[in-house]
Design a protein. Sequence first.
Length: 405
Amino acid sequence: MMQLTINLILFSNLFFCFNQEVPDQLPDHSGEVKNNETVAMAPEQNSIKQIPNAKHVKVYYEKGKFGGWPANWGIWSWGEEILVAFTLADHKDKKSHTYDRETALAKFARSLDGGNSWTIEDAYEAGINQSTFEHNIGDKSQPSQNLTKAIDFTHPDFAFTFRMRKLEDGPSSFYYSYDRGRNWEGAFKLNVDFTDRVPTGIPTRTDYIIEGKHELTAFLTVGFRKDDKFWREIACVRTTDGGVTWKFLSWIGKGANDLVMPASVRLDSERIITVIRRLKPYGMESFISEDNGYTWKQLKDPVKVDVDTSNPPALLKLDNGQLCLMYGIRKEPTMPDGVGIYITYSSDDGLTWSQPELLRGKDGATWDLGYVRAVQRPDGKVAAVYYYNHANAGDKYRYIAATIF
């Protein structure tokens, strides 16, 4: 069964990219499945293993600018070609995210060599033509239309993305591309009948699994309000007519926990696993379906996260059968190695996970990082893209980075 995981973005002026250390040798993830590590968590700062020979690359960096949140948009790959979306804005000094929202635009970054070098493209020029809270195109914004012709999800150069207009209530639209994201069709209306429930909207990012030529399973973030309470839940939906209509299959998890930003992969013809960011209380939850998305069983939480903030998961099923989970840690006390990008593996389809390893950290980063998206390259290595900074080392500008390991 063909699978594609996606998250999207846009392009702008061409910028040059910078490579950092280039290792002599990188680990290979395409060989035999190895046993999970069972090293106990120790209190010392150096107790977590740091991945050796990882190569860090600057995807987009510019003084005076803010690059952020690849997980809000998506990532796609076709062999050595990788496309990722992110938000570009003017830098603005403040205690929260250091960007000027009024200047935010969606961009795409494209690599033709497996993530070693990148060029930047403008999303609006590529067809992302509807304003969102991170894509302020003003009166150029176009309304969503009804999709009337079935999408071919198996097209060899296919890409697909959902885009929410607002964080809490949405709504969300979708786009598709048949030329590797150089030109997008859309925006199209996303209409789902949730049977006996009426949400305030669908504020979703991109998470889907391609099932066939006209069949696709998607995992949507859906918003609800009651009195003075607001929360979000995850819905599993499916289209069998190329996106013209969408059928609600199931809710995943407990809505009161405020769940957002799932990352899902298919394990086999009937089983799907999803890892979800939890906001009340902060955490990361994992669920498995054994009947193709109609019902779900909660698994043990895969990792420890910050107690007063969080970061979304990025999930891959590697060629060797292992699951690979990547995420950001934003607070120093949470992990012995402090803030950074972490990675863990499962060799039993998400029942248990290895001791987390530090993929990137100890280099002056503050809390404003993460939102990982990742793909596995044809040579077995993984290219993970995220936003990062070195504000505690004298460089306050947030940027888009990639790590190849």
